[in-house]
Structure formats: C-alpha cells, structure tokens
Design a protein around this ligand. Structure first.
Ligand code: ARG
Length: 565
C-alpha cells in the first residue's frame, strides 16, 4: 500500500485538467503534527494550471474526494489534509512487516544499475585514523542501503599505496627499523621511522635525495625496493584487516593507487590528444582558470605522476570495467577541490559520464579529551579507539547487568556500534567531536540507546510471548500506537531520501525516532498488566514489528543488534 500514490490518484481523478500523477505524488507532504492529517496536499502547486486561489481549490476538492481507506479528508487553508483509516493503515503496515521480515524496506528500484563506491581508502604505512573511519562508516552504510534497494554496488578500497613517500620509507627502513617491532606492530614502527626520517632530513637534506633515489628504483621495478614496498603493503593490510573485521566491512576490490601505474601513460596521452595539456614551469597541467580553479597537475616537472593522475586513470578504469550508473567517492571535505578538478578534467576530456561522479564529503573529527598534532606523529590509532569503546561498554554492562551472558560479544556489538552510530547520526558535512560519555550513554540519541530499545522489545516478547492469531487492529487506538506505526510505515521513504542525498544520517534519524516512539508507546501503554487480551495481543504485534524495523535499519548502518543487554 503506497498511500502517497493512492492519494495522488484520488486527487487526479477530480481534476478537469491533466496533471502528471508523479507531480502530485511528489508534492504530498507528511505534516509534522497528526491533527493536520497524516498526509497533506498543498494545493498551490495547482493554482497556476487551474487559475484559482489555492484555498479555493482545496475547498472545492475536499467534498469530491473518494474517502475509501480514509477516516476523513479536510481542507485547511491551501491544504487538503488526509486522515487515514487507522485500522486499515495499521493492519497494512504491520502485516507487511510481518511478511517481509528482514526484507522490509527493500525494493528493486536500482535493478540493473551499477554503482562504484570508493571508500575507506587508507594510506599504506600510515595509521588508519578517525577520518578514514568516517569514510568507512558512510561508505559501508551507503553500500548496504543501495544494495538493499536493488543497486549493484562495487566497494573499492583505493589504497594510498604509491608515491614518493615510499622512497623515504625504504631509506628510513634501512637506517632505523627495528625488525621485531615491525612484525608486532607494523604500522606503529613504520610511522615511527617515517617521522624520524622527516626530523633527520631537516638536519641533513641529503636524506631527501636518498629517498628520491629509492623511489626511482621502486618505479623502475628493482627487486629489493619492490620487495620492501610489498612487505610494507602486506603488513599494513593485515592491520587494516583487523579493523575491517571488527566493523564487518568488506570490499569488492583493493585496487589502490599502485594499480594504475601501468595505466597512466595512456591517460596522459589521451589528455594531450584532446589538446588540453599545457606546460607550466616544467610540469604538465590542465588549465582550469576558466572554471575558477587552480590547474590540475598531471605530471610534475620530474615527470612523475601524482594523486590526481592516478584518480583520472582510476575513473576511466571504473567506467570501462563496471560501466557505472554512478561513481561515488566518500572522502573528507578537505579534498573538495581535488574532486572538483578531477571531475572537470574528465568532462574536458569529453567524458559525458563525468556528471555521474559524486564526491560524498564529510567533516572533521576531533576528540573532546585529546589534542593531537599529526606532524609530530601523534595520531589516534583506530584499533585503540575501538578497543576503548568495547572496554568502556563492558564496564557499563558490569554495573548495569552483571549477570548478562556473553558480555564480551555484547560489548563488541554495542561498543563498535556506538562509534559507527556517532559517525552516522548527523549530517555528514558537520564536524564531529567525539565524547565517550555521550556516545556510550544508554540515553539520548546514541547507538546504545537504540540497541537497548531493541533488546527491551525482545525481552518483552520473551516474557509475554509473541502475538497470536488474527489481530484486532482497532485496538491500536492510542496516539502513541499510531505515531509509532506511522514511523514504521515511513521506513522505506527515509531510505529513499537517504539515497537521494547520499546521506545515511536521514535513516539514522528515522531509527532514532522509531526508538523514541517505541519507548513512549511502551511507557504509556503497559503490555504485561493489560487485562484485555485483544489489546495485549495487538500491542505485542506492534512490538514485534518495531524490533524488526530497528534491526533492519541498524543493519543498513552497519550496526548489529543484541537480544539482551
Ligand atoms: N588515501 C586518500 C587519503 O587518505 C584517500 C583516497 C580517496 N579516494 C580517491 N579515489 N582519491 O586521503
């Protein structure tokens, strides 16, 4: 049952002129308060075509509308307000959830469309930091959301595994690396020697030359250097993998920057053929001044290609390999200019699909209780953050529910979930200040709050049993019942808006609203002490449906649920 469509049809059949059904349907709103109806149609969108004042249109249409499936239809100012027949609405919604279960909210809207999602993409030999986790959380969630709606997603980890820094690293490795530490804590050791390299190079600039020499050897494919680079890459990936396992994140391709080494000459040639390659101080660039941007550097004066060149090659490769409908890049907002230059250059190269490339950017991340300087090598190690979240959650559980079984597992799901949730809660462009106390709280708009709401619902069902037989939906007649049911019905709508704006927080907010509405429903309509069996049965049904939708929603955010906590 798609109420917006039904309403749009009811309006359309009463119009003397033809108006697109879709136009009507898309303009239907859900009023903030139920006393203004469950759905509202703003008549001003018709006033031009009908040459009438919107109030007048609403007044004339209101008595003509076929009322089937609705309690009443009223005109209020320029609006036509529809009040659904609550019993029918409740039945349709809850039965649908019951039938579709884990698939409730899914569709085939994206069938046949490929979407590449470039996300996470950390740098080899550097820590996986809180910013990469932001990308990982958003990318993973978009992957799940889009797949749920039938799109065919390709998750790509565009590893930062090439560049002059590897020459420096090889030099630092030969001079100062502690092999034991390298096996135990590879990234920490690689970071330590990399930082040392920079400190030493300030005193002795010849070190920079040495680094360049090693990078040249690496580029020329010399055995020793290539072997070392491979070793750094493998050690790093192994460590990243621990994080990915904890987060339950998977990729379809690990095609990092190095993958494009043999694909770049062709791109540079192509740009040259298009006549847009210009020399500038010895470097080769694409001028973008007409678009108010600095030039996009293709080759540096020493002939080396850079980040942007590799991204051009990657974009072409993705189009050729996956024939994408959309190509998404989940990368911090500090790279806005890079992507604008990239997409503009692709356009100037004559690729009309440049318009299908989207930079999904996000804000900065800070910790409330820490100040850091990356230049001094002070970084937050993500695995430490995740461990801390799990430990802190365990402490809370030990206080709140010390008897709980498999506490470790619960702490993992809840602890890791709390972090992912904090990332996906607000508009992604907004900066985040991490505050442990707030994130791990069982109250407020947090992961643990939503997970706790789920577990609470499940515990009610364990105690009282699930609903039985045919439900009398007229018994779900309180405001709290209906507000909750309406949110459950709107679940898929929020997924579609999240897709439209590539913004998982729209879904997160919807799940928070569901959790709040459930707690309101639960607190004002006691279930266990309810004497009327029919009422009790209907409320159990609503509880089942709510837990199902919360579970589906959290899963799309990449967050798990626990049956008890
Ligand atoms: N490795 C880069 C970084 O850490 C992110 C790469 C994003 N993806 C891309 N295709 N440029 O900043």
């Amino acid at each position: 049952m798609d109420y917006k469509k039904i309403i749009a049809n009811k309006i359309k059949e009463n119009l003397e002129v033809t108006v697109d059904l879709e136009v009507i349907e898309n303009s239907i709103e859900i009023p903030p308060k139920s006393d203004m109806g469950d759905y509202a149609f703003p008549c001003f969108i018709l006033s031009k075509t009908l040459r009438k004042a919107p109030n007048k249109i609403a007044e004339e249409l209101s008595p003509k509308i076929d009322k089937e499936g609705f309690e009443r239809v009223e005109n209020l100012g320029p609006y036509l307000n529809f009040f659904v027949d609550k019993e029918v609405f409740s039945e349709n919604t809850l039965e649908k959830i019951q039938n579709e279960k884990d698939e409730y909210g899914a569709s085939r809207a994206g069938e046949g469309k490929n979407i590449t999602i470039d996300f996470s993409s950390p740098n080899i030999a550097k820590p996986f930091h809180v910013g990469h986790l932001f990308s990982t959380a958003i990318g993973n969630s978009l992957y799940k959301i889009l797949s749920f709606e039938g799109y065919n997603c390709i998750g790509i980890n565009h590893l930062g595994d090439w560049g002059t820094q590897f020459g420096k690293l090889i030099s630092a490795y030969k001079r100062w690396c502690d092999k034991d530490t390298l096996t135990k804590e590879p990234i920490k050791e690689l970071l330590r020697i990399y930082v040392k390299f920079h400190a030493e190079a300030e005193k002795d600039p010849t070190l920079e030359d040495e680094g360049r020499m090693y990078f040249k050897k690496l580029e020329d494919g010399e055995e020793e250097e290539v072997a070392l680079w491979k070793k750094f890459r493998e050690l790093s990936l192994k460590e990243f993998d621990i994080v990915y396992k904890l987060l339950n994140v998977k990729f379809d391709a690990y095609t990092g920057e190095s993958f494009y080494n043999d694909k770049m000459d062709a791109v540079v040639e192509e740009i040259e053929k298009k006549g847009i390659l210009t020399s500038s101080n010895g470097a080769k660039v694409v001028m973008l001044e007409d678009y108010n941007m600095p030039p996009c550097i293709i080759r540096k004066s020493d002939g080396a290609t850079i980040y942007a060149t590799r991204d051009l090659a990657a974009a072409e490769y993705r189009k050729k390999t996956y024939d994408f409908y959309k190509s998404i890049y989940v990368v911090g907002s500090d790279q806005k200019l890079h992507f604008k230059q990239l997409f503009k250059t692709l356009e100037l190269m004559g690729h009309d699909w440049a318009k299908d490339c989207k930079h999904v950017s996000f804000g900065m991340v800070r910790f409330a209780d820490r100040k850091l300087s990356t230049r001094k090598g002070e970084v937050i190690f993500l695995d430490e953050v995740l461990s801390e979240a799990m430990e802190k959650t365990l402490e809370i559980i030990n206080v709140k529910n010390p008897e709980l079984k498999n506490k470790e597992e619960v702490s993992k799901v809840v602890g890791v979930g709390s972090i992912v949730f904090a990332y996906l809660k607000n508009n992604r462009e907004k900066d985040i200040v991490f505050d442990w106390k707030e994130m791990l709280s069982f109250e407020g708009e947090t992961g643990p709050y939503v997970q706790y709401t789920y577990a609470r619902g499940k515990s009610i069902l364990r105690k009282l049993g699930v609903s039985q037989g045919k439900i009398d939906y007229s018994k779900l007649n309180t405001t709290e019942d209906f507000e909750l049911i309406k949110l459950l019905e709107g679940f898929q709508g929020s997924i579609f808006s999240a897709i439209d704006k590539l913004e998982p927080s729209i879904l997160t907010r919807h799940i928070i609203e569901i959790a709040k509405a459930f707690n309101k429903f639960y607190n004002s309509n006691r279930i266990s002490t309810e004497a009327d069996e029919k009422v009790k049965n209907a409320r159990l049904k609503l509880t089942e449906a709510t837990t199902q939708v919360i579970k589906n929603g959290l899963k799309l955010l990449g967050i798990g649920v626990v049956e008890e906590m």
